[in-house]
Design a protein around this ligand. Structure first.
Ligand code: FPP
Length: 248
C-alpha cells in the first residue's frame, strides 16, 4: 500500500505494527475500578487504534489480546476477556468488514468455547477478501507454543533436517505469508517480550511507552511511528541507505 500520509515526519510507515496492549489492569486500579473495566477501556481504545492504523497506511496490525499464560488469571478475568472477544465480533464485525479490515486469528482455538471458536472462524471467513488492513488477533497465543507446533508439523510432514531453513520455519508459523513486524509497540513501560512473536520480531524495532494501553491515543501512536521513521534498520549489518529508504 502506498503511504497516504502527507507529512514528512511519517514518510517511512511500518508495513506491519505489532502491539502489546499492556496496563489495562493498572489503568483500572488507578481509578478504583475493577480490572475488567480496564480491559473494556482497552477495547474502546483498540477500535481507535485500528482506525488510525488504516489512516496512517499501516498494512498489517497484530494485537496481543490473550496469551497462553493468561489462563492463569482469576477465572472471572479470563471469562471477561473471552466475552470481550465475543462482543468485539458481535458488535464490530460488520463495521470492520465495511472498512475493509481482514480479520485473522493466531494462536490455539481449541481451548475456547465451541461457540466462540465458530464466531472466530466465521469472522475470518467473512472478511477473508478484505485487504485494507490485515488484523491478526493473537488470542490464546504463545510464541514458544507456535514454534513447538511448527517443529511438530515439519516432522509430521517428513521434512528432512537439512531442508529446514529460516524461510521454511516462517512458513510453518501462524503468520505464514505475513511480513515480519517492522515495529513492536509495548505500552505501560514493561521491558519484556512476553512470549510475543518471538521468531517474527527478531529484527523488529521496539517502541516502549509508560502510557497505559487505554490512554495510548492516536497522538501517541503517531509519536511511535515518527520514532520508527527515525530509526536506521541494519538487520545485523551496516547502515544501508537503499534498504532503509525502501523499508516501510
Ligand atoms: C494486558 O494488560 C492486557 C491484556 C492481557 C488483555 C488485552 C486485551 C484488550 C486490550 C482487549 C481487546 C481484546 C480483544 C479480544 C480484541 P494487564 O491486564 O496485564 O495490565 P496490568 O499489567 O496493568 O495488570
Amino acid at each position: 500500500m502506498s503511504n497516504p500520509s502527507p507529512d514528512a515526519s511519517l514518510e517511512k510507515i511500518p508495513r506491519h505494527v505489532a502491539l502489546i496492549m499492556d496496563g489495562n489492569g493498572r489503568w483500572a486500579l488507578s481509578r478504583g475500578l475493577p480490572r475488567l473495566a480496564g480491559h473494556k477501556a482497552g477495547t474502546e481504545n483498540l477500535r481507535r487504534i485500528i482506525r488510525a492504523s488504516v489512516e496512517f497506511g499501516v498494512k498489517y496490525l497484530t494485537i496481543y489480546a490473550f496469551s497462553t499464560e493468561n489462563w492463569g488469571r482469576p477465572p472471572e478475568e479470563v471469562r471477561g476477556l473471552m466475552n470481550i472477544l465475543e462482543d468485539v465480533i458481535d458488535r464490530e464485525l460488520a463495521e470492520l468488514h465495511k472498512e475493509g479490515v481482514q480479520l485473522r486469528h493466531i494462536g490455539r482455538l481449541e481451548r475456547l468455547a465451541p461457540t466462540l471458536q465458530e464466531k472466530v472462524l466465521d469472522a475470518v471467513d467473512v472478511t477473508r477478501n478484505n485487504d485494507r488492513l490485515i488484523l491478526n488477533i493473537a488470542f490464546n497465543y504463545g510464541g514458544r507454543d507456535e514454534i513447538v507446533q511448527a517443529i511438530q508439523r515439519m516432522m509430521k510432514d517428513g521434512v528432512p533436517p537439512e531442508k529446514v531453513t529460516d524461510e521454511m520455519v516462517s512458513q510453518y508459523l501462524y503468520t505464514a505469508g505475513v511480513p515480519d513486524p517492522d515495529l513492536v509497540i509495548r505500552t505501560s513501560g514493561e521491558l519484556r517480550v512476553s512470549n510475543f512473536l518471538i521468531w517474527q520480531a527478531a529484527y523488529s524495532e521496539w517502541y516502549i511507552t509508560p502510557t497505559y494501553w487505554p490512554d495510548f491515543d492516536k497522538k501517541e501512536y503517531r509519536r511511535a511511528l515518527e520514532a520508527y521513521a527515525q530509526r536506521d534498520r541494519r538487520y545485523g549489518g551496516v547502515y544501508d541507505e537503499v534498504a532503509n529508504k525502501n523499508n516501510g
